[in-house]
Design a protein around this ligand. Sequence first.
Ligand SMILES: [Zn+2]
Ligand SMILES: [Zn+2]
Length: 425
Amino acid sequence: MRSTALAMALLTTASTAAAASGATPAAIERATADVLPQVVAWRRDIHQHPELGLQEVRTSRIVAEHLRSLGMEVQTGVAGTGVVGILKGGRPGKVVALRADMDALPVTEQGDLPFKSVQKAMWNGQETGVMHACGHDTHVAMLMGAATVLAQLRAELPGTVKFIFQPAEEGPGGAEPMIAAGVLRDPQVDAIFGLHVFPYTVGHVVYRAGPLMASADEFTIEITGKQTHGAVPWGGVDPIVIGAQIVTSLQSIVSRNVNIAKAPAVVTVGKFAAGNRSNIIPDKAELVGTVRAFDNEERARIRARIEGIATEYARTAGGSAKVTWDLGYPVTVNDPALTERMVPTLQRILGPGKVSVGPLTGTAEDFSYFQQQVPGMFFFLGVTPPGQEETAAQNHSPLFFVDEAALPVGVRSLASLAVDFLGGG
Ligand SMILES: [Zn+2]
Ligand SMILES: [Zn+2]
């Protein structure tokens, strides 16, 4: 009795309009069950034929053919290999986007799946295996499945769904160029959803309102001093001592400048290169490091502090320093109001105790670029068999494994989030 009452209450709050029109949770569940064998087949086929970033030619062809077969307006070649499908519902309403990334990694698969990858590619001048070690094969298959489900409910759908299949999430990034190509406009997207498979328990979803994943920026500090004999240090300017002081001073950024009540951050120097023997003071030193932040303002502040410390300290010591940046993806920030509104949808699908708030994650995601333009929600879909969470291989491992029982959960989640967002008015 209690669970029925709860289900009814959630159904009326989360999807009143959609439910009234026929795109009910039961209809989505049925359509998901129908498409599941195809989702599994797509996933295995794509897993066996992985493609590196911006080379997703075969994958995007499969996606485009499927979306066309559903009667959608389809754009191909968006930002290279990206594909966009536009599904116009039978009634007017808002526009919701669902996103999947399509690229694989230069990793040689070590598992023994019957559909294991045998693909090879050149990477940094060397031949290497290619593998969907981050699970983007499942993202593509689940979003193709959600497209099938939503196309079946098309007449009942109050609004438009955009299906965004992007290239090169693992680098150099496909989200930003797809946005530049206009994927969030014509029609203008009101909200976007995306998921990532992760070694949480299968059948579980983990989310977080606000910051979820870090920004990741790399910096190089080139210090110039003045060469001299190691026995005559007063005859030059020692870039190693300057570099050592800079490394030490950088530690004060996190301890003295970052507002840790807002979000944590990391500043690491991972490389310090200078000199070649004991009695020569060189004229140059190089520091290379990484910055991880969970707040875009703090990220900018840390960047300014690193530049200030490096250049000012080197100048005071009689040398100079130049800081250059390789800026990575911004912080992945889930819109708090959208997240709060949509979590009941996930709770309804997964059942009690299976939707939980997760910790901050130090990896980065270019879904963050979409979220800088429109409210977005990104969440983790558990794919690890129960009992194996502690020992499961992480994403990017040559042993990364996805329990396919997660696939219908992902299809239903994506389809239901779209329906409930549109139906919620
Ligand atoms: Zn990855
Ligand atoms: Zn990934």
